[in-house]
Design a protein around this ligand. Structure first.
Ligand code: F6P
Length: 319
C-alpha cells in the first residue's frame, strides 16, 4: 500500500484532529502517503483533496473541530455518488480510506468497501451512540463541557430556588445526558432509553423542596423532546418555577480532553494498521481499554447499549 486517504464526515467532534494526526503520522511512519480529503464525502466526490505531510498535522492535537472540515452528503448516498468517489480515488491513486465519523459516515464506508474499495471507520461523535466501542471520540470532551455547564447552572439555581432543565445533545442516544447527569449530581435524568415516570419526577421535586433543597437540576436528552415543553409540563403540574438551558453546539466544540486525544491517537493509528494488514469494511473501537475491530455491517446492525445500571444508580443517589 502506497497511498491512503482520510476524511471526517457528519457532525464534528473534539478529538477528530488528533485522529487525523494519528492516521497521517502512523502512515508516514510506514512509508505510506496520506491524502486529506476535505468536506467528507462531498469533497471526495469532487476530488477536493491534498497530500498531507508530518508538518500539515502539527499543532492540531489540542484543537477542536476538524482541519479537514466536515459535511453531510445526500448525493453520496446514491450509487452514482459512490461511483464518482471511487473514480476520484483511482485518479489520485488512493488505495484505502480512513473515515472518521458516526454511523451515517460508516454506511458510506461500507458501501465503498462493498464496491471493492477498502475503508476503515473510526468512531468520532459526541453522541457515543455506536455499537462495538465503549467510547467514541469527542464524547468525553462534550461530557466535560456539559458538566461545567451544570455546575454553573447549579449556582444560580440555588440563588433563585428554581428548577433548571438542561437539554443536551445525543441525537437518539441518552449517554451524554446520563453520564453528565450522574457526574453533575442531577436530581433527574431523562433519556430515550428509559420511559419517564412523570408523576415520580414531580414527586421527587416536591420531596426535595420539602426537605429544604434549594435547587433542582434535570438533565434531558434531546432525543426525548424539547426542554421547553418539559419545563411547561412541570410548571403546569407542580407550580414550580422552571428555567431552561439548551446547551446546543457549544457541546461540539472546544479543546479535546486528554481522554479524547489518547483515544483518537490509538484508534487512528489502529485504522492504518488494519489497512496495511489488508482489511476493509471494519470499524476500530475500544472495549475494556483494549483496541478491537468489528465488521462495519455488524456495527450498524447492532444497537449501542447504554448502561442502565448507571441510570438506576443516579436515582438512588438523588433521593
Ligand atoms: O451527531 C452529533 C450531533 O451533534 C447530535 O448530537 C445532534 O443531534 C446533531 O449532531 C446535530 O446535527 P447538525 O450539526 O447537522 O445540526
Amino acid at each position: 500500500m502506497k497511498r491512503i486517504g482520510v476524511l471526517t464526515s457528519g457532525g464534528d467532534a473534539p478529538g477528530m484532529n488528533a485522529a487525523i494526526r494519528a492516521v497521517v503520522r502512523k502512515a508516514i511512519f510506514h512509508d505510506i502517503e496520506v491524502v486529506g480529503i476535505k468536506y467528507g464525502y462531498e469533497g471526495l466526490m469532487e476530488g477536493n483533496m491534498e497530500l498531507l505531510t508530518i508538518g500539515s498535522v502539527g499543532d492540531i492535537i489540542h484543537r477542536g473541530g476538524t482541519m479537514l472540515f466536515s459535511a453531510r452528503s445526500e448525493e453520496f448516498k446514491t450509487d452514482e455518488g459512490q461511483q464518482k468517489a471511487i473514480e476520484q480515488m483511482k485518479k489520485h491513486q488512493i488505495e484505502g480510506l480512513v473515515v472518521i465519523g458516526g454511523d451515517g459516515s460508516f454506511r458510506g464506508a461500507q458501501k465503498l468497501t462493498e464496491k471493492g474499495f477498502p475503508c476503515i471507520g473510526v468512531p468520532g461523535t459526541i453522541d457515543n451512540d455506536i455499537a462495538g466501542t465503549d467510547f467514541t471520540i469527542g464524547f468525553d470532551t462534550a461530557l466535560n463541557t456539559v458538566i461545567e455547564a451544570i455546575d454553573r447552572v447549579r449556582d444560580t439555581a440555588t440563588s433563585h430556588e428554581r428548577t433548571y432543565i438542561l437539554e443536551v445533545m445525543g441525537r437518539d442516544a441518552g449517554d451524554l445526558a446520563l453520564w453528565a447527569g450522574l457526574a453533575g449530581g442531577a436530581e433527574t435524568i431523562i433519556i430515550p432509553e428509559k420511559e419517564e415516570d412523570f408523576d415520580d419526577i414531580i414527586e421527587r421535586l416536591k420531596r426535595g423542596r420539602d426537605r429544604g433543597k434549594k435547587h433542582s437540576i434535570i438533565v434531558l436528552a434531546e432525543g426525548v423532546g424539547s426542554g421547553f415543553d418539559f419545563a411547561e409540563r412541570i410548571t403546569e403540574t407542580s407550580g414550580l418555577e422552571t428555567r431552561v438551558t439548551v446547551l446546543g453546539y457549544i457541546q461540539r466544540g472546544g479543546s479535546p480532553t486528554a481522554q479524547d486525544r489518547v483515544l483518537a491517537s490509538r484508534l487512528g493509528a489502529r485504522a492504518v494498521e488494519l489497512l496495511i494488514e489488508g482489511h476493509g469494511g471494519r470499524m476500530v473501537g475500544i472495549e475494556n481499554n483494549q483496541l478491537v475491530d468489528y465488521d462495519i455491517h455488524e456495527v450498524l446492525e447492532k444497537q449501542h447499549e447504554i448502561d442502565l445500571g448507571m441510570y438506576d444508580l443516579s436515582k438512588e443517589l438523588s433521593i
